[in-house]
Design a protein around this ligand. Structure first.
Ligand code: GAL
Length: 421
């Protein structure tokens, strides 16, 4: 009897200590800042739901600023960071968007301790670790891998129109585009400004190839070389096949045009798969089709969404708990199936068909076997200064259609931003 009593006492002490440990977890408010609002929100919301289960004493403020690719959010973030009012954690692309903006300005905390503590040094691909690191530290936690160079279409509609998926941009411009126009179909869906840049990066990759594309960022490809000028020539011909209403559309609305059959093709990152599956309830491979954008078979243009810990975060403990969850295999398997991306953490359960649909399985297979290059528009290869100046370069092209003048402007902007220096 006494033994039993002692056991019960010991057990209740263990429980009490366990309870105390829980009680000592993070508390207070945690502000997570991103551009995943509205249609883009479900994956982040699911992760936050899990976070609140794990840390019930934390109230999460899911602070979002709408606008695809962070066009608006990044500006708001800049004001807040410079004003000494950082969120506790914020979305930032792995690569130069992170390093060239916030790390060189010494605004981030080094997260090497967390990577070591969590065993992440062996759980993330080396190439990705390189993107988020400098000699001084590791600066963010990647939550996913997205692919930029995907061509989306509606298989039933293509069959109805008797049109094949083009393998090259030349075939698209010379055959696919006129065939569709003759049927009164918009050959290429497109949206607001940044989606034009997004299209451009897939076209440039196709025309320049892996070496040529990488060379733009390390200085071995000149922006004024005949090959780089030729990118603008073909790009102009492609734009002539694009939706005339593009400027007023979000990327989701451009995607909608593929689903409805108003337009035939769309080049967009695979968050479009997340939108079509999670928000619209469509089935990949049946309701929508996908291939690498023309001329980029075997190449995976990657980008990675990550979250960092700014210096001076008001609730550092809660932010570290957040980063711990989103870097874990568990967190990534909650987030990515809804987002349309694959886990960055190699322990993610990506071959599980109950979690990852056929599109995501194919992306995961390509991620393993393809040649990997980085995205310009989504922060991997160039700092934000270059990207914002590139918007002006694009305006010059849209206003003049002059490939050589645009290439000259791009070269000047690259020099100014220290690209390839
Ligand atoms: C990208 C981001 C994706 C998705 C997309 C559209 O920059 O990496 O996760 O949000 O913008 O907004």
């Amino acid at each position: 009897m006494r033994k039993l009593f002692t056991l019960a006492l010991a057990l209740s002490m263990v429980l009490a200590v366990g309870g105390m440990a829980l009680a000592q977890g993070p508390s207070g408010e945690l502000e997570i800042f991103s551009w995943w609002a509205g249609d883009e929100g479900p994956a982040l919301e699911a992760l936050i739901t899990r976070y609140v289960e794990l840390y019930p004493d934390v109230t999460v403020n899911n602070a979002t600023v709408t606008g695809g690719s962070g066009v608006n959010a990044k500006a708001v973030l800049k004001t807040r960071m410079l004003g000494g009012d950082p969120p506790d954690s914020f979305q930032v692309h792995a690569g130069q968007e992170l390093i060239g903006t916030w790390v060189i300005a010494d605004r981030m905390e080094d997260l090497t301790f967390l990577f070591e503590e969590q065993g992440w040094m062996d759980q993330f691909p080396q190439g990705l670790l390189d993107l988020i690191s400098t000699d001084e530290g590791i600066w963010s936690v990647p939550v996913n891998i997205h692919r930029s160079n995907v061509l989306w279409y509606n298989p039933a509609k293509l069959a109805e129109w008797g049109v094949e998926v083009p393998a090259t941009w030349t075939a698209f411009v010379n055959e696919t585009c006129p065939a569709l126009q003759a049927k009164g179909v918009i050959p290429l869906a497109l949206g607001e400004n940044w989606t034009v840049n997004h299209l451009w990066e897939s076209v440039a990759l196709a025309e320049l190839g892996v070496e040529g594309w990488n060379g733009l960022w390390d200085g071995t490809t000149s922006w004024t070389s005949p090959e780089a000028v030729a990118v603008w020539d073909i790009f102009g011909q492609i734009l002539a096949c694009a939706d005339p209403d593009a400027a007023s559309l979000s990327w989701q609305q451009a995607t909608d045009k593929i689903v409805s059959g108003e337009a035939a093709f769309n080049v967009m990152g695979d968050w479009a798969a997340g939108y079509m599956v999670t928000t619209l309830g469509l089935t990949p491979g049946e309701d929508f089709g996908y291939v690498p954008s023309p001329g980029t078979d075997g190449i995976f243009m990657m980008l990675s969404d990550s979250f960092g810990l700014p210096r001076g975060a008001a609730n550092r403990d809660a932010a570290i708990a957040w980063l711990t969850l989103l870097g874990s295999a568990e967190g990534q398997d909650i987030f990515n199936p809804l987002k349309g991306s694959i886990p960055a953490n190699l322990n993610g359960d990506v071959t599980n068909p109950d979690l990852y649909n056929t599109y995501l399985q194919s992306a995961a297979a390509d991620w393993k076997t393809n040649t990997i290059v980085g995205s310009l528009v989504h922060g991997a290869v160039a700092p934000e200064t270059f990207l914002s100046n590139f918007a002006t370069v694009m305006e010059i092209f849209l206003a003049t259609g002059n490939a050589q003048a645009t290439a000259n402007a791009a070269q000047a902007v690259a020099l100014q931003s220290g690209i390839g220096a």
